[in-house]
Design a protein around this ligand. Structure first.
Ligand code: TRP
Length: 370
């Protein structure tokens, strides 16, 4: 891998991602200010994740808006591979999806792929991933989706519904396509090779166009889905992509649920959050206070600042002040971390309460096979 290069696939994210290059590499479209304005106009509200380019790329978002404005409607779909507890990075597309559901008043499907993570993680048993499926579902429900319009699909539980759709998809994807898309080898287990057809299945669960908010690493699955959609008489899924959320220890990768130190879980205590941020959050500050006061810090590489930008400080004015103060050296790294710790802990206090309540609500969200 050349020094300036990076890797983004559903199972592997590495290097310093250049998002403009990624748009070209994947063949997606950047979100222009015209499109942002249009979403804002149609939704009746702006979202800071759009404004800040956290959602930066899309496929066919305009077609979805055309349909909606024409009164045709669409539905939402996203998902989670249950390889561990939910961490705060996972919440980015889910929070945005919830906002979309509220603004457009549409159905939402959430797929939890316990089979996928069993196939892709050598150390996880199917019991492990099914257990995490339930844990992750609680975080999803806690975000406040409309219970009348939201269903959680768990692959091993809902295979009866998914399989006939997946079969139609699978018949149109050949091995050389998946191999080229994901870099499979002769050693790859055949569960992985079939898997894309299962992730495609919810796209066709309703006879309407689908919009999928998702981390850009998941785009390759839907590139394949889009290629075959016309061949099975279906519309291509539309996508809106978010950037990868950096791990605590810095840019050059996504936050991974299997790396405990670099990860803030939704189940962490205030003390754990404080310790992890203070100890591991990559700092854009100078070596010592004196140097920092003179030269200032670099918010663009500072993970604490990035978390505020991506999720925890929706107020643009407050964020701007933090940016300026950090860059000028007025705000020290420790002080910036303290701001983030307080924000995360406030958020988690509320989230954890809702997560407890979700234990008695989750059942009504589970998709029932027909
Ligand atoms: N493969 C995804 C993951 O590992 C889970 C997933 C299933 C998904 N369906 C999806 C993600 C649709 C985004 C959109 O997390």
């Amino acid at each position: 891998m050349p020094a300036d290069d990076f890797v983004v696939t559903p199972w592997h994210v590495k290097g310093d991602i250049d998002y403009d290059k990624l748009i070209k590499r994947f063949g997606t479209e950047g979100i222009t200010s015209e499109l942002r304005d249009r979403i804002k106009r149609v939704a009746g509200e702006d979202h800071f994740m759009l404004r800040r380019g956290i959602f930066f790329s899309h496929r066919d978002m305009n077609i979805i808006l055309d349909k909606y404005e024409g009164g045709g409607g669409f539905f939402l779909y996203t998902g989670r591979g249950p390889s561990g507890h939910t961490h705060i990075g996972h919440l980015v597309p889910w929070v945005f999806a919830r906002w979309l559901q509220e603004k457009f008043d549409v159905n939402m499907y959430f797929q939890i792929t316990d089979d996928e993570k069993f196939y892709s993680k050598p150390d996880l048993t199917l019991e492990d991933t099914t257990k995490f499926a339930y844990e992750n579902a609680l975080d999803f429900v806690a975000l406040g989706f409309n219970p009348e319009k939201t269903k959680i699909i768990i692959n091993t539980r809902n295979i009866q519904t998914l399989y006939p759709i997946a079969a139609r998809v699978a018949k149109k994807i050949n091995f050389s396509n998946t191999k080229a898309t994901f870099g499979f080898t002769n050693e790859t287990n055949i569960g992985m090779i079939f898997y894309t057809s299962l992730q495609s299945a919810p796209c066709f669960i309703e006879d309407k166009p689908v919009l999928i908010p998702l981390g850009v690493d998941q785009d390759p699955h839907f590139r394949l889905t889009r290629d075959i959609a016309p061949k099975i008489g279906q519309q291509k899924p539309a996508l809106i992509h978010n950037i990868m959320i950096p791990g605590l220890e810095g840019p050059g990768g996504k936050m991974s649920a299997s790396d405990e130190r670099g990860t803030i879980y939704t189940t962490d205590s205030p003390e754990e959050v404080r310790k992890k941020i203070n100890k591991y959050a990559f700092s854009g500050g100078q070596q010592d206070i004196e140097q920092h006061r003179i030269h200032g810090g670099d918010p663009d590489i500072d993970v604490s600042y990035q978390y505020l930008r991506i999720f925890f400080e929706p107020d643009d004015d407050k964020l701007r002040t933090i940016y300026d103060d950090y860059k000028s050296g007025r705000l020290l790294s420790g002080e910036l971390k303290a701001i983030l710790i307080e924000k995360i802990n406030k958020f988690l206090a509320v989230h954890q309460e809702k997560r407890e309540k979700a234990k008695s609500q989750v059942e009504q969200f589970l998709f029932e096979n027909k």
